[in-house]
Design a protein around this ligand. Structure first.
Ligand code: E4P
Length: 217
């Protein structure tokens, strides 16, 4: 499973990229707002750090507007994936931008039917939002499994990009199901390294080491 980091914070992107932990980046209007930066400026900087796809989201509501914004965002760098919402207009924009040879990430997906339509429209990525479904007492992970099954049934090449990930557990669950990509905040990716038994084990080893009176350096 590929990892994307869901942020527009340069320091976080650089740290994870230097470690080889990420294969791409996703942003959205809320993350751009949080960064306090100009969308084109910050996206260009991100595209210069990461080789893989960098999603930049349109904000128009009509297809023509999304297509125009998508073309403008795609000028930033070759690795831009234009992000459009899963509306009828977004599907039209997806088809046009895909036909022009651009990567398209269809976002705000909350049902298997929506994911089926995005695949028919030629989306490069479909972004089902796990956490936001869990928030309303639905099972976000079940949606990932349903989309996996449907795409595999028909050989759709659209990549399942598990989004709105809130915990390290979401990452392993998405990987078990076979999501192609998972996008998560940097803190969630880092939290994957944590285990209570690792901490406990380390504490025990260090206590015993102290008793030896030895030094390595
Ligand atoms: C995905 O591309 C979105 O930017 C993101 O995963 C949304 O996550 P949230 O529901 O935690 O805001």
């Amino acid at each position: 499973m590929k990892f994307f980091v869901d942020t527009a914070e340069i320091d976080q992107i650089r740290e994870l990229n230097d470690l080889g932990m990420i294969d791409g980046v996703t942003t959205n209007p809320s993350l751009i707002m949080k960064s306090g930066r100009d969308i084109k400026e910050v996206t260009k900087e991100i595209c210069g750090i990461v080789d893989g796809p960098v999603s930049a989201e349109t904000v128009a509501l009509d297809a023509e507007g999304m297509i125009a914004e998508g073309r403008e965002l795609a000028k930033i760098a070759d690795n831009i994936a234009v992000k459009v919402p899963l509306t009828w207009a977004g599907l039209k924009a997806c088809k046009t931008l895909t036909d022009e040879g651009r990567m398209v990430n269809v976002t705000l997906c909350f049902s298997a039917n929506q994911a089926l339509l995005a695949a028919k429209a030629g989306a490069t990525f479909i972004s089902p939002f796990i956490g936001r479904l869990d928030d309303i007492n639905l099972d976000g992970m079940e949606l990932i499994a349903d989309i996996r099954q449907i795409y595999d049934n028909y050989g759709f090449e659209t990549q399942i990009l598990a989004a709105s990930i809130r915990s390290a557990n979401h990452m392993s669950e998405a990987a078990k199901i076979g999501a192609d990509v998972a996008t998560a905040p940097a803190a969630v990716i880092k939290a994957m390294a944590n285990h209570v038994l690792t901490d406990k084990g380390l504490e025990g080893f260090l206590k015993d080491w102290e008793k030896t009176g030895q030094k390595i350096l």
